[in-house]
Ligand binder design. Structure first.
Ligand code: FAD
Length: 670
């Protein structure tokens, strides 16, 4: 066996599913020396997850590839509910919008996981040298706890094994149609077998020392096992089959997302996909586990189709082409801990599992990594304090718990038999189901996420950190919340909520009059943003307030200068944007303080920093101030984190509070 030399890296990512690729994408944008390994020999080509929430698309947009997804994906606009009538025949009983109108510039779409992984891989090769190393898995993990607070240390040592092609290729049950059973909850994990089999064979091992490590290794997570963490929750008896087919049917809503409840034969969820594919999620009443291990060989595409035909009767359903199929048992569980020493983290399915029907797993998994990636990036780069890493668990464990509660309710309603009448207490009320669907839509969009008070979110409410038992660091005095941190003024921007993602509305570029969705400028590149709602610049007093704010920020000892490395551009750590509300034609871009449009000797003024809420020539008025809930005369200031979540809101005079906000989280630069 060949032993490669020991190598150091900033970040080791185990698992190249959606969560691992998201983590690697942040590493690429933050310029980290990162490695990403996966025990499988190839990426996903068929099946698996396919639903993308609005928030995931917003995140993809901030990385620059949402347009590719938007173009290829199938757009889901309406949900149809089908229920049995008095005679037991299924009928369409309701239509509701799939995405709540107006909540995002994107709507929910479906595209198979393999394509999404492709876009991540392309982005990685565009911005970095990071490549997924396939057929590689960790065999031993050692953490030197005594070094965890040392910024320069590499406290994690991992022994990696490289597998041969055979071992890295998953077993398929049927020869003609790819299946996902090897990744399903019904399959036994093969990690230990792979480690054992690769021992003593020809191949290589290597020892990697890493500053940070993220376990993105799915529901059976090896990393979780090494840390001794466990999952809390329960396994249900419901077995579900999934078929990706090009259907031949006279069912009228086959190109709509449908929830079909039959009177006695179970339920089907219909998901119309790209390329005429349709995904059917079908409850398999005949193979209910009743607490026993399920016989997987009893589940075939034919059995799943038969179950669907029964539920959708009297409509006919068959297929000539099946792209992929799988079966799974629903487990609803959350990890007890998400991190060890804030050095080794768990994300995605490694810390939460639930049913796939609500289309959440891939989205929430990617969003875990999206929450964590920039924090590790800024800490490794010496920009941020290690204390921000604590917010990963406090912010994301709460989201995972909310997700399980949502899935619990949704699965029960979906898997249950419809009530025959009001007296039928064992049955599921269809109006309750519709209500859950409508309410669930906000949650399912990913936009309901609301992070609790912490060093990164200056709001007054009880901290998620406290509820989670996580220490949030020393208390300070002054204008503070219950845990001693700076408190922002939520009342200044009623629709920009601290703890939630910064919403997007149309504004015009002051310099060239072009309309933009403002979020286009909140790119995922690791920078904090100060967004100055400058109000009515035609009012002399307000103009002076704005210039005075600029003077404060431009001072050599301002928080901007203190936290920006002297060799870097002034906007490289904290970027400032201005959105004013005066008529565009009556304001001169260069009249504003230079800090609002920094000058570069080689490139001139930066014209993409000043925007106006005004009527465009061709795309109407964005009414940004009204939509953001900000006073058009006086404005306010907002701090957005690198992941676009709102950290603080205040007046133009609250520069000291801004200073304290940043001092808590960023390191002074020499
Ligand atoms: P995974 O996707 O499981 O990726 C883990 C990766 O780690 C894999 O590549 C694996 O090979 C690798 N790995 C595992 N162990 C090791 C090891 N020891 N060493 C190295 N590598 C390792 N979610 C949605 O959001 N929307 C949907 O519509 C949706 N539909 C679904 C439909 C089905 C049928 C299923 C089964 C799931 C669906 N999900 C959906 C859920 C979604 O697939 C998962 O939640 C998501 O893939 C989790 O991403 P992850 O990166 O955390 O884990």
């Amino acid at each position: 066996m060949v032993q490669l030399e020991d190598l150091n890296c900033d970040l080791l990512i185990v698992g190249a599913g959606p969560a691992g690729l998201m983590a690697a994408t942040w590493a690429a944008r933050c310029g980290l020396h990162a490695r990403i390994i996966d025990k499988r020999g190839s990426k996903v080509f068929h099946g698996q997850a396919d639903g993308l929430q609005c928030r995931s698309l917003e995140i993809f947009d901030s990385f620059g590839f949402a347009d590719r997804v938007w173009k290829e994906a199938n757009h889901m606009l309406e949900i149809c509910l089908w229920n049995p009538d008095e005679s037991g025949r299924i009928r369409r009983t309701d239509r509701i919008p799939d995405t709540i109108p107006g909540i995002s510039r994107f709507q929910q779409v479906v595209l198979h996981q393999g394509r999404i992984e492709r876009f991540f891989l392309d982005s990685l090769s565009k911005y970095s040298k990071i490549e997924v190393e396939r057929g590689v898995l960790p065999a031993e993990l050692d953490i030197d706890h005594s070094k965890s607070e040392d910024y320069d240390a590499y406290p994690i040592t991992v022994k990696l094994r490289h597998l041969g092609d055979d071992a890295a290729t998953p077993f398929q049950h049927s020869t003609n149609v790819p299946d996902g059973l090897f990744r399903s909850s019904l399959a036994k994990d093969d990690t230990d077998d792979l480690i054992r089999k690769s021992k003593g064979k020809e191949g290589t091992t290597e020892t990697v020392r890493a500053k940070y490590m993220i376990g993105c290794d799915g529901a059976h997570s090896w990393t979780r096992r090494q840390l001794g963490f466990h999952m809390e929750g329960e396994q249900t008896d419901f077995i579900w089959g999934v078929l990706d087919i090009v259907p031949i049917t006279n069912f009228p809503d086959i190109r709509m997302r449908c929830a079909i409840h039959s009177a006695e034969s179970g339920s089907v969820m219909v998901i119309p996909r790209e390329n005429k594919l349709v995904r059917l999620y079908i409850q398999l009443t005949e193979v209910r586990s009743a607490g026993q291990q399920v016989d997987r060989s009893a589940i075939t595409p034919e059995i799943i189709l038969k179950a669907a035909q029964k539920i959708m009767s009297p409509y006919k359903l068959s297929y000539d082409y099946c792209d992929w199929w799988t079966a799974y048992q629903i487990g609803q569980r959350v990890g007890n801990k998400f991190s060890c020493d804030d050095r080794v983290f768990l994300v995605g399915d490694a810390v939460h599992t639930h049913s796939p029907k609500a289309g959440q797993g891939m989205n929430v998994s990617m969003q875990d990594a999206y929450n964590l990636g920039w924090k590790i990036g800024l800490v490794v780069n010496g920009i941020a304090k290690r204390s921000i890493l604590k917010t990963y668990q406090s912010e994301r464990r709460r989201v995972a718990q909310d997700l399980i509660a949502f899935d619990h309710r949704f699965s029960r309603l979906f898997s249950g038999r419809p009530a025959k009448d009001a007296a039928d207490e064992a049955g599921i009320s269809m109006s309750e189901f519709k209500d859950a669907f409508e309410k669930g839509n906000m949650f399912a969009s990913g936009l309901a996420v609301d992070y609790g008070a912490s060093v990164l979110v200056a709001k007054a409410e009880d901290s998620a950190d406290q509820r989670d038992g996580t220490d949030v660091g020393p208390q300070t005095n002054g204008h503070t919340n219950g845990i001693g941190k700076v408190v922002g003024k939520q009342e200044l921007a009623s629709n920009i909520k601290m703890g939630m993602r910064f919403p997007s509305f149309q504004v015009l570029n002051q310099a060239d009059a072009r309309p933009w969705q403002f979020a286009k400028f909140l790119k995922s590149d690791g920078r904090f943003r100060v967004i100055l709602f400058a109000g009515n610049l035609k009012n002399t007093q307000q103009f002076e307030r704005v210039q005075a704010f600029g003077e404060q920020l431009a001072k050599p000892d301002s928080f901007i200068h203190r936290h920006t490395p002297p060799t870097k551009r002034i906007d490289s750590v904290i970027e400032i944007f201005v959105i004013h509300s005066a008529p565009r034609r009556e304001v001169e871009f260069l009249d504003l303080h230079e800090i609002f449009h920094p000058f570069d000797e080689k490139k001139g003024w930066d014209y993409n920093k000043v925007f106006v809420d005004d009527l465009s020539y061709h795309e109407g008025h964005g009414e940004a101030y009204k939509n953001y809930g900000v006073d058009k005369e006086r404005g306010c200031v907002v701090i957005a984190r690198p992941d676009q979540y709102v950290g603080w809101i205040g007046e133009l005079e609250d520069v000291r509070d801004m200073d304290r906000y940043f001092s808590e989280i960023l390191l002074p630069q020499a």
